[in-house]
Design a protein around this ligand. Structure first.
Ligand code: 8YV
Length: 313
C-alpha cells in the first residue's frame, strides 16, 4: 500500500526525520524553491500536515488539502493552527503537551537569572578582556522579589514550583483562582504587574490573549520591573514593549518569543537591558526527542485507526 503523503511545514531533528521518512511519503515544504508550485502538486495529495508550534497551519493551507485528515503539531502551542477550520473540515489536531513543561519552566529561570545577574554581559566582560580594567556593574537579587506569573496552566505552575526554591513571593493571574495555591491571585494583568518585580508571561497564545501585555501592563510593572516571555510573541503588544524599554518605563526584558520570528524587530537589538533568545525554551535533546516521538505516535495512531495520544480536536 502507498505510504500516506505527509506535508511537512518545517524541519524536525534528524532523529525524527528518519522514522518519518520510513513510514510516510514526506513532502518538505521548507526545502521547496518554489513553494507555490510545490503546494499546487502536494496539497491535493496530503493526508497529514506535520508542523511546528510557531509555523502552524492556516485556514488557507487546510483548505488547499482536500484529503487532509490530521494536523500534528510539534509543540504545545496550537495558536498558529486554524482550529476552527480544522473542526469544520473534520480534521484532527494533535500537539505535544506535558513533555516540554519542565524545560520551559527551567528556561524561564534561565532568562530571569540571566537577566538579573547579567550572565551574558558577564561573559562578554571576560571574553573581551574588560575584566582586567574593571568589574561588571552589579546585578539584582532574585531573593525577596515578587514574581508574577501570567497564565497559571501547566507551565505557569511549573514556574511557580521552581520559584519557591528561590525565596520569592508568588503572584499569578488567570481567568479564575486556582484551588490550594499559596500565591496571590490577580484577576487582571495590570494588577498583577503592579504587584510584580518580575512578570513572566506563561499564558497560551491565540486571539484570546493577543496583546494582553499592553502599555498599561508595562506601565504598571514600572521602571524596576522586568518582563520575561516564554509563551508567544503575540501575547505582548511589541511596539508598546519597545517604547517601554526605550523610555525606561520598565527595567528590562528577557524574551524567547517575538512577533515576527526569526526576523525580529531590529530595534530590540539596540537595548542593553534586554536578553534575547531564539525561541528555545523547549530546546533540549530530551524534550525535543519526546516531542518528536509524540508527533510520530499521534500520526501512527491516526493511520492505524487507534485513539490519538494527545488530541486537541
Ligand atoms: C517549540 C513551541 O519551540 O511548544 C510550543 O508551542 O513553540 C515550542 O516548544 C516549537 O514548536 C519547535 O519549533
Amino acid at each position: 500500500m502507498a505510504k500516506p503523503v505527509v506535508l511537512m511545514i518545517g524541519a524536525y531533528p534528524d532523529w525524527d526525520m528518519a522514522p518519518l521518512e520510513e513510514a510516510y511519503d514526506l513532502r518538505k515544504l521548507w526545502l521547496a524553491p518554489d513553494k507555490e508550485a510545490f503546494l499546487a502538486e502536494t496539497a491535493p495529495q496530503a493526508r497529514a500536515i506535520a508542523t511546528r508550534g510557531e509555523l502552524g497551519a492556516s485556514a488557507a493551507l487546510i483548505d488547499r488539502c482536500p484529503k487532509l485528515q490530521i494536523v500534528a503539531c510539534y509543540g504545545v502551542g496550537i495558536d498558529a493552527i486554524d482550529i476552527k477550520r480544522a473542526k469544520e473540515r473534520g480534521v484532527r489536531v494533535t500537539n505535544t503537551p506535558d513533555v516540554l513543561t519542565e524545560d520551559v519552566a527551567d528556561f524561564a529561570f534561565a532568562l530571569i537569572l540571566g537577566h538579573l545577574r547579567k550572565v551574558v554581559a558577564g561573559e562578554a566582560h571576560v571574553r573581551s578582556g574588560a575584566w582586567k580594567s574593571g568589574t561588571l556593574p552589579l546585578g539584582v537579587s532574585l531573593k525577596g522579589k515578587t514574581l508574577g506569573i501570567l497564565g497559571f496552566g501547566r507551565i505557569g505552575r511549573a514556574i511557580a514550583q521552581r520559584a519557591r526554591g528561590f525565596g520569592v513571593t508568588l503572584a499569578y493571574c488567570d481567568i479564575a483562582p486556582a484551588a490550594g495555591v499559596d500565591a496571590g491571585y490577580h484577576k487582571d494583568p495590570v494588577s498583577l504587574a503592579r504587584a510584580s518585580d518580575i512578570f513572566v508571561a506563561a499564558v497560551s497564545g491565540g486571539d484570546a490573549t493577543r496583546g494582553i501585555v499592553n502599555a498599561a501592563v508595562l506601565d504598571a510593572l514600572g521602571p524596576a520591573g522586568v518582563f520575561i516571555n516564554v509563551s508567544r510573541g503575540s501575547v505582548v503588544d511589541e511596539p508598546a514593549l519597545i517604547d517601554a524599554l526605550a523610555s525606561r518605563h520598565i527595567g528590562g526584558a528577557a524574551l524567547d518569543v517575538f512577533w515576527n520570528e526569526p526576523n525580529i524587530d531590529q530595534r530590540l537589538l539596540a537595548f542593553d537591558n534586554v536578553l534575547l533568545q531564539p525561541h528555545q525554551s523547549s530546546g533540549t535533546v530530551e524534550t525535543r526527542q519526546a516531542m518528536g516521538k509524540l508527533v510520530r505516535d499521534n500520526l501512527a495512531a491516526h493511520f492505524a485507526g487507534r485513539p490519538l495520544v494527545t488530541p486537541v480536536v
